[in-house]
Design a binder for this molecule. Sequence first.
Ligand SMILES: *[C@@H]1O[C@H](CO)[C@@H](O)[C@H](O)[C@H]1NC(C)=O
Ligand SMILES: *[C@@H]1O[C@H](CO)[C@@H](O)[C@H](O)[C@H]1NC(C)=O
Ligand SMILES: *[C@@H]1O[C@H](CO)[C@@H](O)[C@H](O)[C@H]1NC(C)=O
Ligand SMILES: *[C@@H]1O[C@H](CO)[C@@H](O)[C@H](O)[C@H]1NC(C)=O
Ligand SMILES: *[C@@H]1O[C@H](CO)[C@@H](O)[C@H](O)[C@H]1NC(C)=O
Ligand SMILES: *[C@@H]1O[C@H](CO)[C@@H](O)[C@H](O)[C@H]1NC(C)=O
Length: 476
Amino acid sequence: MKPFILLAVAVLVVFTTFSVVSVEARKHHNKNKSKPHHDNHQKKRSGNGNNNNNNNNNNAPPDHDSFVNPSPAPTQSTVFNVLSFGAKGDGVSDDSQAVVAAWKAACNVSGATLQIPAKLKFLMNPITLQGPCMPQLLFQVDGTILGPPRVGSWPKTSLFQWLNFKWVHDFTIQGSGIVDGQGFDWWTTTPSQVYSIDDQALRFYGSSNVTVRDITIINSPQCHLKFDSSSGVKVENVTISSPDNSPNTDGIHLQNTRDVEIHHSNIGCGDDCVSIQTGCSNIHIHHINCGPGHGISLGGLGKDNTVACVSDILVEEVSLQNTLAGVRIKTWQGGHGSVKNVTFANIEVSEVKVPIIIDQYYCDKKLCKNQTGAVAVSGVKYDQIIGTYSVQPIHLACSSEVPCTDVDLMNIQLKPASLGLGQSRGFPQQALCWNSYGKSQAPLVPSSIDYCLRRDGHGGSVSRVIEKSHERMICL
Ligand SMILES: *[C@@H]1O[C@H](CO)[C@@H](O)[C@H](O)[C@H]1NC(C)=O
Ligand SMILES: *[C@@H]1O[C@H](CO)[C@@H](O)[C@H](O)[C@H]1NC(C)=O
Ligand SMILES: *[C@@H]1O[C@H](CO)[C@@H](O)[C@H](O)[C@H]1NC(C)=O
Ligand SMILES: *[C@@H]1O[C@H](CO)[C@@H](O)[C@H](O)[C@H]1NC(C)=O
Ligand SMILES: *[C@@H]1O[C@H](CO)[C@@H](O)[C@H](O)[C@H]1NC(C)=O
Ligand SMILES: *[C@@H]1O[C@H](CO)[C@@H](O)[C@H](O)[C@H]1NC(C)=O
């Protein structure tokens, strides 16, 4: 044996031993250091949906301790179960005030969890849950939250935000639970009896860094999930569902909201699956199934001669089945402002009435007055829109006065949906194209799509005129 090999082995052994010891030491150190009661909560939060699942699958009664892991560390101080605040969870008693009380307590504690426990039903009247709260507040919905079942039972004074979150920052709603608006009575009530057309199941106002994940929202009287005047929004893995004949039941509605990601969710409802309104920018929507419903929409913008600004929208990897529209931009005549930098990519349509729409003559009545002025639409890319339509492949009706510019159609393959035996259909309509400029790139099916766009001659002179126009200058 060469002595230096022995030496090397000895060094290795010593080194290894030291490493093990030091790892052990660090472990112990960490363990001891992590005793403070926030530890449990941190673990739960970083576990996200998975941990959440474990919680759902175990059949333990919904008390404080079943939620967090079984360590004896004090957890009471960060978990606020609505049952401890007097909620009944019987689906009949009004639990709103208990939830408000739990909110007030949780709001005051950093990293708190407000818990709506599994297997119980909490009937709630419209409430406002107001921040600002301490950071990392978590609203854990594992049970069912029920809306007032009858129109008459909603207080007339309420603006019909059912669960209204106001001024919350760094906030998460998650869980395997259901938020059920019980909207059936609303849908059959005549519009004159419905005092506000702006009601929603879950609404966030003036909020930032909000995450909504995993929950199911169903049967809202109208819009299911709305963000207004907010920023930093994430919606992921949610299910939204109401019947296709329920009026005005948007899935997700965004207004004056920026920096939004909505993804990996299933949305079926009686109106737009996602509706993007004025004041929205940097919106990324991807991996969404939409249907039934009216598709993914920007607008209607510019109603009653108002100014609308929407920009930097990316909608991709979306699948639409049996919807009224696929991807749509709709503006009212007489509006001002602009829609710019919008991309719709990798959109799969199946039996969608009209997959691609720009409608600058949007009108929800029989007849709207012809008006001058329009929200200027520019920089709209359609890239890989593939599947079947039942009425018309593409409908680009741009303002006569303010043409749409830089509209690009690339790899559009739309075929008429085949109907079952014995069903008849009017002739599928031809592509409709009016006053839109841009370029197209094969494959284009039907080939008439190729004639849809006008080429902007003279080195993009139309674009340049529009670029400098008053309409474009209104928006930043
Ligand atoms: C950790 O705490 C235990 C007792 O709670 C103690 O025996 C151990 O020495 C501590 N370890 C460290 C690294 O402080
Ligand atoms: C919030 O916490 C502070 C101290 O941590 C306490 O003084 C205050 O009363 C609490 N407020 C509520 C509404 O619980
Ligand atoms: C929101 O998140 C952004 C980016 O992570 C951060 O810079 C900002 O401070 C957060 N704002 C609030 C109010 O939490
Ligand atoms: C999505 O949410 C459901 C509960 O609604 C949950 O079971 C599932 O694990 C979640 N998926 C992911 C990827 O988090
Ligand atoms: C267009 O919008 C996308 C986001 O959808 C953004 O990443 C990109 O930078 C924007 N382009 C311009 C020129 O502003
Ligand atoms: C609006 O203008 C179009 C085209 O000029 C015309 O066909 C239509 O009748 C007008 N509508 C109204 C309500 O004036």
